[in-house]
Design a protein around this ligand. Structure first.
Ligand code: AMP
Length: 506
């Protein structure tokens, strides 16, 4: 049964103090909650005038701004399905998403009108623009004259609120269908678990086309009635300035390594912050310890994915264990199974991580077979991540299943080899990949970034780890690189490394 109260917008807006600040753009304009709801009402009227009906998709490829978030809220209110796209996607990539999702409306930056007109036309979507300043673009035409209240469209808890395409490192990118209930449950759980209240000010430097910046950060803070300071992107000076008033920062591990490399970081300039959260990619235990030594704070690492929202979190109170993502969140069941039998494995054994709970998505858009293949009969979603549980229920992620190396029929978990290499003097970081090999099927290969001035050679690395790892796990080749390729969420792109160094081997 559809009801207004099941629309995520109703949940986010209920009981808010209209006078409190919702968003601050950098150190510029602030928007109060009352004005945010009014702006979302005007925008919802505008969407309806542009032909958006409940259930329609709205594709959005715009810069980060408060107005883009107003558009997100308006999409919820109008009962539409919000579809954010990475700003780096090319017209060809966008063409695929629009063809697949068939949105009614496509919102782009005014600068993209030339390149995206044909793409929108081809997909049958109406093209409108919204500028990074939030003050320009055809989406805003006539907006001020529209009513500042709007009857939020009733939705069923199981109706779609958003579709987020997965990054698609293997095969075609898939549209993860997220329902109003999925997003609501995760926002409620994270707000309680991480103790967010109206007193909080979150420093927000993540992109808002991804689950981390859009849902984990924005939904959770709006539900709590707190304030979000939006930075266009990560910038050291801006982060240090933001930390003067922020009570929380959510980041990817690269935020923390970059801050650690800056001599300004100390206990004094992080003293007002009560919570540092890390996720979207593995935080090295070493980074966790270095952060504590520099600031006195223990970073809270959590684990989630586009399809599932957040699954695990280290505790707010209690032990935050470096190198782990903590136990399952309240209401989320997490298990580790033998991939072939589907049977749970004992603690301390590596297997496939599977999750079940109200946070887990409805399925992949228009891919029923793919969806069915990724759920077990008892409702658990097969994440594709390999991990192990400790006896007391803390999960350690050891990498994506597809990055597992099978050499001479034996499994090598890249993280185990990377940890040994990273511990060597003169190594900044490393990535271990499998490259095709006539003898072994795959050959363990390391790509190493040296610290400045280090003269470490391939033979030094091989010799140093030889006594520490079984022979089949030792790299057959070591390459050096200036940096590891990472996407905007800080994930090392192993497919890119396999491509680059695969060529060098032949
Ligand atoms: P995305 O859908 O872009 O959010 O990517 C989800 C994937 O990121 C997961 O399946 C994991 O492989 C990885 N990931 C997210 N958080 C963590 C974490 N704390 N540690 C290790 N990997 C993580």
């Amino acid at each position: 049964m559809a009801s207004v109260s099941d629309n995520l917008f109703s949940v986010l807006s209920a009981g808010k103090d209209a006078g409190r600040t919702a968003f601050i753009s950098g150190w510029g304009a602030a928007m109060r909650y009352g004005d945010l709801w009014a702006a979302s009402a005007r925008m919802a009227h505008r969407l309806v005038a542009l032909g958006v009906a409940p259930g329609d998709r709205i594709a959005v490829q715009t810069e980060k701004s408060v107005e883009t978030l107003v558009l997100y809220l308006a999409s919820l209110r109008a009962g539409a399905v919000y579809l954010p796209l990475n700003t780096a996607y090319t017209p060809a990539e966008v063409g695929y998403f629009l063809g697949d999702a068939e949105p009614t409306l496509f919102v782009v930056d005014p600068a993209a009108i030339g390149t995206m007109s044909a793409v929108a036309r081809e997909a049958g979507a109406t093209l409108v623009t919204l500028g990074a300043d939030g003050a320009s673009g055809t989406l805003l035409d006539g907006l001020d004259a529209l009513p500042s209240d709007f009857a939020t469209v009733p939705r069923g808890a199981d109706d779609l609120a958003a579709i987020l395409y997965t990054s698609g490192t293997t095969g075609r990118s898939k549209g993860a269908m997220l329902t109003h209930a999925n997003l609501r449950s995760n926002a409620e759980t994270l707000m309680r678990t991480w103790r967010f209240t109206a007193e909080d000010e979150l420093l927000h430097a993540l992109p808002i086309y991804h689950t981390h910046g859009l849902f984990v950060a924005t939904n959770t803070l709006m539900l709590a009635g707190g304030t979000i300071r939006l930075l266009p992107k990560f910038n050291l000076d801006a982060i240090f300035r933001g930390l003067e008033t922020a009570t929380a920062l959510m980041g990817v591990p690269t935020f923390y390594t970059r801050l650690l490399a800056d001599s300004r970081l100390d206990c004094a300039n992080t003293a007002g912050v009560r919570l540092f959260v890390s996720g979207s990619a593995p935080l090295l235990a070493e980074t966790h310890r270095a952060w504590e030594a520099a600031t006195g704070h223990r970073i809270l690492e959590r684990y989630g994915m586009t399809e599932t929202n957040m699954n695990c979190s280290n505790p707010y109170e209690g032990e935050r264990r470096p190198g782990t993502v903590g136990p399952g969140l309240p209401g989320v069941s997490v298990r580790v199974v033998d991939e072939t039998t589907g049977e749970p494995v004992p603690p301390g054994t590596i297997g496939m991580v599977e999750v079940k709970g109200p946070n887990v998505f409805k399925g992949y858009w228009r891919m029923p077979e793919k969806t069915a293949a990724e759920f077990r009969a008892d409702g658990y979603f097969i994440t594709g991540d390999l991990g192990q549980l400790s006896a007391d229920g803390y999960l350690e992620i050891v990498g994506r299943g597809k990055d597992l190396i099978i050499t001479g029929g034996l499994n090598v978990y890249p993280k185990e080899v990377e940890t040994e290499i990273d511990a060597l003097d003169g190594v900044e970081e490393s990535a271990v990949i499998g490259l095709p090999d006539a003898d072994f099927g795959e050959a363990v290969t390391a790509v190493v970034v040296r610290t400045p001035g280090s003269a470490l050679a391939e033979a030094d690395i091989v010799a140093a780890i030889a006594p520490r790892l079984a022979r089949f796990k030792q790299p057959k080749a070591v390459f050096f690189a200036d940096a590891l390729p990472r996407n905007t969420m800080g994930k090392v792109q192993k497919a890119v490394l396999r491509e680059t160094f695969g060529k060098q081997l032949v």
